[in-house]
Design a protein around this ligand. Sequence first.
Ligand code: NDP
Length: 333
Amino acid sequence: FAPEKKLGVALVGLGYYATYQLAPALEKTANCHLVGIVTGTPSKAETWKKKYNLQDKNIYNYQNFDQIANNPDIDVVYVVLPNSMHHEFTLRAAKAGKHVICEKPMAVSVKEAEEMIAACKAANVQLAIGYRLHYEPFTNEVMRLAKDKDFGKVTFVEASFGFPLRDPKAWRLNPKLSGGGPMMDVGIYALNAARYATGEEPISVTAQTVKTRPDIYLPGIEETLFWQMKFPSGAVSNHTTTYNSGLQRLYVGYENGNLEMSPAYDYGPLKGKTSKGEMNLPIVYHQVLELDGICDCIINKKPNITPGEEGLKDMKLIEAIFKAAKTGKEVKV
Ligand code: NDP
């Protein structure tokens, strides 16, 4: 049942994801609702104010954001900015005493991710990363199969995610804002999938990059990245992430069967089958379940299931994968 008071959420950065996924989700959530915005674009402030009936005092820009500390309407700050801004705004939100939800990738380096975790701990606020799939039934079933071993142990995972990025001016192609190419953006889903499909943490990685358009894909931005991982049980994984092609797949090979999902990471509907047949699972609004799940943990003072530590694990692997691609050597993690 709904709590007595819904938590107030402020979205920071009113781009595509905030506008078309998170704000509509916040109209359906039981544990929280949209009460504030933080934007660098005054015209968006006007549009959002009218559309969501927001109060002037709950509308901030990037300069006056720290005043949010004095605003009791806002319990949770949701950082939906370009990747390299996640660190700064998570630290500022924690300092203001607000719980933080931060989009993936949580940061652009391991060092930043560790500082974000430490800042939220010091401020005694929760930090959750926007890994929406962890709140969704298909992904939960993949996790369950790793745990309950219906088909035996996992021996092999193939997980890949790419899309054709057509806008050469996108911040995603500016290494200062993105911290990397498709790996940071969508490859992280495939990486995270290998971890939840095996229920294990990789012990080593190898990687290769291919660049055909160095005029668009500047140094620091890979175009297509292939990588492989070894797991303690002996399972291995193979991955592709690219800005060159639409590709979205998760294959898990078990001792006595397999699972195949495509699409595996979209907002839905997701689709998949196992050796036993179609995965007949409910189609849900990922962001509603994610927001309600995280806010339930904040309300009831319990740890959330996608904490900063989960984001940090992916950041450590991404750094290892970039190092492996650069050196051509297997990197132990
Ligand atoms: P957009 O480019 O659509 O939006 C980013 C917003 O950030 C802008 O609209 C702008 O908002 C603000 N901003 C502030 N400074 C800058 C700057 N220098 N350059 C560009 N934008 C700036 O990005 P997305 O919404 O697609 O992605 C935002 C984050 O969300 C990323 O970290 C991404 O990885 C993540 N994401 C997660 C998804 C998921 O499924 N979990 C899906 C899509 C994205 P304003 O005008 O209000 O200042």
